[in-house]
Design a protein around this ligand. Sequence first.
Ligand SMILES: *Cc1c(COP(=O)(O)O)cnc(C)c1O
Length: 393
Amino acid sequence: MSYTSDELLQMQEKHVMHTYNRDLLLVRGNGSYVWDDKGNRYLDFTMGISVCNLGHCHPRVTQAICEQAAKLVHVSNLFYNENQPLLANYLASMSFGGKLFFCNSGAEANEGMIKFARRWGNAHGGRNQIICMDNSFHGRTLATLAATGRSKYRKGFEPDVEGFVFATFNDLASVEALIGPQTAAVMLEPVQGEGGILPASPEFIQGVRALCDKHNLLMLCDEVQCGMGRTGRYFAYQHYDIEPDAMSMAKALGNGLPLAAFEVRQQYGDVLTPGTHASTFGGTPLACAAGIAVCQTMMEEKVMDQVARSSSYIFGKLKELQERHPAIREVRGKGLMIGIDLGDKVKEVFAACRQNRFLVLTAGETVLRLMPSLLVNQAEMDEALAILDKVIP
Ligand SMILES: *Cc1c(COP(=O)(O)O)cnc(C)c1O
């Protein structure tokens, strides 16, 4: 590096907006570990907020990126490229065989999915209202903020984009009560992430599906965080024996390259026609090459079987910890999307994990959130569990 860390942080301070509170300067990653500028190693159970699901710098993804970067990086969506159809084919085969639109971020995918639902609803009875869930998170653009149930994110950015109303997650009657002549769709995260690692109950999500069928509404799933294998299925809705009409995906799709998409069922494949939606960077050859490597690795290396084994191991051990540590109110989640409800102890535990060079996240107001690599091994899980045993009161 030609600049010292102090010089870099001065430039940062002066010229990068202070919209995040952060302290560590990370320079390198490999599998479940990252290193800071001073050479310290950290066990990473954040994975870039469930982005690097196959671990940092997974060799197959790195190789795909390097080879594609030398061949063709970007051509715009005025032309076909070789990788988009292949990636769409993989993702469709991992889900409900629909049609995809590629973009770059979770918010952009949700924004597109909302536009899709409005366009369909407006054409079917002038309906454009979407029922969303309290405590949900769908992104930071104006429409996705308006769809987000956690009002603290919207504060100061009024007026809200119109057309969103809120039901209570896991309370079917609250959804039914909101359905009216304006309703076009119901939108939810099968496992709420930012809200505190809260899985939908089967009765709730299947009930929403039935309500959507009965009232001719679209069921929209935000799988940005819980999708791409995080919960032990390719997509979290697959735990519930239902299919949505559309879903968004992002975070882990490119294992670190910005890549996102939303998929709609075949019967809705022509709702968005040429000129109605677009994204300059959506589905570049480079990003799609990373996505293809992710899908191939997940399928060929049976990553979902590995997640099932690791999940039952770590949940078993966490339940043991719960018996010894009064601060643990609940351990919940699916697959390797793990929440430990610590009540008002969450901040001190979070800080103590960092002290022990163990990177974790929080969610909601009281939950410690663990999202390790889907390829995490037992030694790494044991290392994490030993630190948690040490730092949780
Ligand atoms: C992270 C997240 C988003 C927003 O994704 P960005 O890529 O940050 O725009 C949307 N929905 C859910 C469920 C998320 O976890």
